[in-house]
Write a protein that binds this ligand. Structure first.
Ligand code: ZN
Ligand code: FE
Length: 256
């Protein structure tokens, strides 16, 4: 049964902050801490008291606020064991398959390396919500800064296998630019074209494109669609292994 209220808010320009709140117990967790002042302001606005921060990866734009927020709230900081040395203020180290709790809500840790070596995502099955940091974006994916294409392909495949109705909360609002690139990879994809139009309009009006859903990403995100005959043909890679096709799409995005 769903328990969590989820509050998403922009931070640092194109990052998102997210608060998870279990009304029954009053427990509250933040996904990442891009900026202390903005996170504390969101807590004042919601009236929620922070217990935990769940960190996805060590990058500065996801961790810069940890220490100041910890001093103010006394919260516990949980994050990937394999990046423990890189995250200041980390209290609890988690690995694949372990459980995190926000009051009575339970989340599963999914290791999703590729953008960074130890990146993790958090999936709350009963609430139908996944928090994927910089692994998957809407119509995009994170840059391969500390991993290769097969590693990232396997991480994205884990997320793609979640129930299609799962709400996906990503670390950044990059969707509008992602759509412009995706249309060069799969110009005839009707679902992608519709998404691009919707997102361009929303971007003009300051409306977030997130959360997205796994189902919507499966239909529109070129980084999940290596099996698409249209993409394979467009790239001249018919019948090639999916991780290679993914790698080529990633290379083209880096050069776009
Ligand atoms: Zn990052
Ligand atoms: Fe980031």
């Amino acid at each position: 049964m769903a328990r969590l209220e989820i509050y998403q808010f922009p931070m640092r320009g194109d990052n998102y902050g997210v608060l998870l709140h279990d009304a029954e117990t009053g427990a509250t967790a933040a996904i990442d801490a891009p900026d202390a002042d903005e996170l504390l302001a969101a807590l004042r606005k919601t009236g929620w008291t922070l217990n935990d921060i769940l960190i996805t990866h060590h990058h500065f734009d996801h961790t810069a606020g940890i220490e100041a927020v910890k001093r103010k709230t006394g919260c516990t900081v949980t994050g990937p064991a394999s990046e423990a040395g890189l995250i200041r203020g980390l209290d609890v180290e988690v690995k694949e398959g372990e459980t995190v709790e926000v009051g009575g809500a339970k989340g599963t840790v999914i290791e999703t390396p590729g953008h960074t070596r130890g990146h993790v995502s958090y999936f709350f099955p009963d609430d139908g919500a996944a928090f994927v940091g910089d692994t998957m974006f809407s119509v995009g994916c994170g840059k391969l800064l500390e991993g290769d294409a097969p590693t990232m392909w396997s991480s994205l495949s884990k997320l793609a296998a979640l129930p299609p109705e799962t709400s996906v909360y990503c670390g950044h609002e990059y969707t509008n630019a992602n759509c412009r690139f995706a249309l060069t990879i799969e110009p005839e994809n009707e679902a992608l074209r519709a998404r691009a139009t919707e997102v361009a309009t929303n971007a003009k009006n300051g409306v977030p494109s997130l959360p997205t859903t796994i189902g919507q990403e499966l239909a529109t995100n070129p980084f999940l669609r290596a099996a698409s005959p249209a993409i394979q043909k467009q790239l001249g890679m018919e019948g090639r292994p999916h991780e290679e096709i993914f790698g080529e799409v990633r290379r083209r995005k880096d050069a776009f």
